[in-house]
Ligand binder design. Structure first.
Ligand SMILES: Nc1nc2c(c(=O)[nH]1)N[C@H]1C(S)=C(S)[C@@H](COP(=O)(O)OP(=O)(O)OC[C@H]3O[C@@H](n4cnc5c(=O)[nH]c(N)nc54)[C@H](O)[C@@H]3O)O[C@H]1N2
Ligand SMILES: Nc1nc2c(c(=O)[nH]1)N[C@H]1C(S)=C(S)[C@@H](COP(=O)(O)OP(=O)(O)OC[C@H]3O[C@@H](n4cnc5c(=O)[nH]c(N)nc54)[C@H](O)[C@@H]3O)O[C@H]1N2
Ligand code: SF4
Ligand SMILES: [Mo]
Length: 688
């Protein structure tokens, strides 16, 4: 019996793994503060990939001539990869090699991968899929609060709020056990507000539901701030003592009267007014954003607009109130703190800060000037492949960009243009299938490591079973390559040792883990960072007295509304948005291989009015076309989506052939959540 956590989302539900016989593992629920014994069906079925014939168990190399795979020994594979990396560096410079990480990797792996890129490869080119996840919220929170921790309070705090506003979150399907906190809030008389272009299962449980046009959340927030100010409900003393910059924000909001907001968002002025009244008549309001609001080319500005509203109401730092982002991947939070992001070093330090460089270099035992500078963001990194100074090799750990990257056809063709693509994975993902070398790695139940959940709580996943013969852990792969590359520093393969080193490297940084140990995590149901010393209790709640900015105050940041990067026109006259369904996870590389989960996509969700206009019928194919590609899939005709919008889940190849690669100017988040499309019925096109 081993206590651990689910391999998937940022809730990191506690579970117990029970061994049956030599290798069969069964999941049992476990009491843990975020899930209290509940799991979603992905959690219940998570051991389904263990015995699967789909597991990779030997290194493979693919012939460029025939496309055939052949088996290599580990020594052959590692020698091959290391020698090619060294040769590319020799010929084209250190930045010829690039690394792409993942927010599902443990803290130890994320840390070691960042160190490997900077020390063993000497490349600036490392980034990860978290860039496509919560980077807009992270950028906004850093600007406004001086710190980015998804939730600055434990999730269960929302039960004590009076109002919870969910902007672009479908948590009933994306973190189902979390919905119980909202149910309890409502049982206590509190209210839940949901803002989503689709009436999702989350919206079904809401007291107030607003259904805006995709990509207009920023205008909605400005409209709410306008009404809050007009009703005299701004918390003036909070604004005066705890913030700076309100005047500019106030004057921007003055121009966003409800009827103007209605014209842009499609949300009736009366509905906006009643929501404003709900907000101004409550003290304990929690505003939470998720990908629906954030995955836009103005995602950072949109989050800032909602934070501005929260600050005007005096919420951040007040008990059972505030702003938070619902981080997504299992280690979405820790994954962005320890150095696999192009501009960061461990402890949420910035790579262009001389003190940060000196500190981290001293832990690594290398000269600070040997560390490269800031690299390219995830999509920019992939798009640079094939350009004269672009990456010539890419090492992928924990991501499947052929399915999950925006404008994925272009990304796949960039990957084909590499001299060397190496993918470490559990299964032959769509990205691994394009690789030159595939290295099979252990998965969660077969190894130990820490994850930082959406609350900033560091939890411990413990090894429950021996890995299948032939696979190695990511830490072993990284260390073996580093040694072959003659890298300076030490490269432990023991997770607990790596975690202790991470603690030292993070010490004094914004995300300080120095006081956290595996023993403490086991004893305390996880430890919240910052936790600078063994005697420090950890920090479940933040901002009560001050903000970690230079003057201790939060910043209002003025933002303006420009609308989606791709407005509708005569040809592309419907909004396309994308997202998730309950039973599949991300690119589907893992969950599509689990037999007990329905694999029934992709599909195109559309409104009966649109279906009638097109002559589309439920269950029959429709074609969605954008400026980048097209997808034909069965229609799901539902009254729950806006008539001007279609929704396609991204867990199957196809959705991202359609999506736009317009990037947010500061977070570099792609606009996954809205672009312009044309919807047609294939049979009718033929008949015309
Ligand atoms: N089942 C399942 N759960 C998951 C995951 C998974 O793949 N599957 N992935 C995990 C990860 S990494 C993440 S990031 C989280 C994501 O969790 P969520 O953010 O809850 O998931 P999404 O489905 O991407 O988007 C949420 C909602 O945004 C809405 N939306 C679309 N466009 C807009 C818009 O312009 N404005 C607003 N307000 N809403 C909009 C969509 O209709 C959708 O219902 O889920 C985590 N949990
Ligand atoms: N259209 C559209 N596209 C989206 C989104 C959207 O809402 N709409 N959401 C975006 C978001 S929020 C996210 S987070 C991304 C996620 O998209 P991806 O980055 O593709 O995420 P995963 O499918 O989780 O990919 C993880 C891969 O790593 C493997 N893996 C799992 N654990 C490990 C490990 O420990 N080590 C190694 N080496 N490999 C491992 C898995 O088998 C899988 O192949 O997609 C983004 N793409
Ligand atoms: S909600 Fe997330 S962490 Fe919990 S069981 Fe489901 S996928 Fe796993
Ligand atoms: Mo995500």
């Amino acid at each position: 019996m081993t206590d651990t956590h689910c391999p998937y989302c940022s809730l990191q539900c506690g579970m117990t793994l029970l061994r049956r016989g030599r290798s069969v593992l069964e999941v049992a629920a476990r009491e843990f503060p975020v899930n209290e014994g509940a799991l979603c069906r992905k959690g219940w079925t998570s051991t389904g990939l263990r015995g699967s014939r789909e597991r990779l168990t030997t290194p493979l190399v693919r012939s460029r001539e025939t496309g055939e795979w052949s088996v290599l020994t580990w020594d052959e594979a590692l020698d091959l990869v290391a020698s090619r990396l060294a040769a590319l560096r020799e010929e084209h410079g250190a930045d010829a090699n690039a690394v792409f990480g993942g927010g599902g990797l443990t803290n130890e792996k994320a840390y070691q991968l960042g160190k490997f890129a900077r020390v063993a490869l000497g490349t600036s080119r490392i980034d990860y899929n978290g860039r496509w996840c919560m980077s807009s919220a992270a950028t906004a929170a850093n600007q406004a609060f001086g710190l980015d921790r998804g939730l600055p309070f434990p999730l269960a705090d929302v039960e004590q709020a009076e109002v919870v506003v969910l902007v672009g979150s479908n948590l009933a399907e994306t973190m189902p056990p979390a919905a119980r906190h909202l149910d309890r809030l409502r049982a206590r008389g509190g209210r839940v507000v949901v803002v989503d272009p689709r009436r999702t299962p989350t919206a079904d449980h809401a007291d107030v539901f607003l259904q805006p046009v995709p990509g207009t959340d920023l205008a909605l927030a400005l409209g709410l701030l306008h009404l809050v100010d007009a009703s005299g409900a701004v918390d003036e003393s909070y604004v005066a003592t705890r913030t700076t910059g309100f005047d500019a924000v106030r004057s921007t909001a003055a121009a966003w009267w409800p009827e103007r907001v209605e014209r842009i968002t499609g949300v009736a002025a009366a509905d906006l007014r009643s929501l404003a009244t709900v907000l101004t008549s409550s003290k304990r309001v929690v505003v939470l954003t998720a990908r629906g609001a954030e995955q836009h080319a103005d995602g950072t500005a949109t989050v800032l607009a909602w934070i501005d509203l929260a600050l005007a109401l005096g919420l951040p730092g007040r008990p059972y109130a505030g702003y938070g982002c619902l981080t997504g991947q299992g280690n979405g939070q820790g994954g962005r703190e320890h150095g696999q992001k192009a501009d960061q070093l461990p402890g949420y330090r910035m790579i262009d800060d001389p003190d940060a460089r000196a500190h981290v270099a001293s832990v690594w035992g290398v000269p600070p000037e040997s560390l490269p500078g800031k690299g390219l963001s995830a999509y920019e990194l992939l798009s640079a492949i094939g350009t004269p100074l672009g990456p010539r090799s890419l090492l992928v750990f924990g991501s499947n960009p052929v399915v999950s990257a925006p404008n994925a056809t272009a990304v796949a063709s960039r990957l084909r243009a590499l001299d060397l693509l190496v993918v470490c994975d559990l299964v032959m993902s769509e990205t691994a299938a394009l690789a030159d070398v595939v290295l099979p790695v252990t998965q969660w139940a077969e190894e130990t490591g820490t994850m930082t959940n959406l609350e900033g709580r560091v939890v411990l996943r413990q090894q429950a079973v021996t890995p299948p013969a032939g696979v190695r852990s990511d830490l072993e792969v990284i260390a073996a390559l580093a040694v072959r590359l003659g890298a300076a520093s030490t490269w432990s393969t023991d997770p607990e040792e790596v975690f202790a080193e991470l603690g030292l490297a993070s010490a004094g940084g914004r995300a300080d883990y120095a006081g956290i140990t595996y023993a403490r995590i086991r004893e305390e149901d996880g430890v919240f960072w910052p936790c600078p010393s063994p005697s420090h209790p950890g920090t479940p709640r933040m901002f009560a007295l001050s903000f970690p900015t230079t003057d201790g105050r939060a910043r209002f940041v003025p933002v303006s509304y420009d609308g989606p990067a791709e407005p509708l026109d005569g040809t592309f006259d419907v909004h396309l948005t994308t997202g998730r369904v309950l039973a599949q996870y991300q690119s589907g590389a893992q969950t599509r291989r689990i037999r007990d989960l329905p694999d029934d996509g992709p599909f195109v969700e559309l409104h009966p009015l649109l279906a009638v206009r097109l002559g589309a019928r439920d269950g029959e194919p429709v074609t969605v076309t954008t400026r980048r590609g097209s997808l034909t899939a069965p229609a799901r005709v539902v009254g729950t989506i806006r008539p001007d919008t279609v929704f396609v889940p991204f867990h199957w190849v196809g959705a991202n052939r359609l999506t736009s690669d317009a990037l947010d100017p500061s977070s570099r988040m792609p606009e996954f959540k809205v672009c312009a499309c044309a919807v047609t019925v294939p049979a009718l096109v033929g008949a015309r």
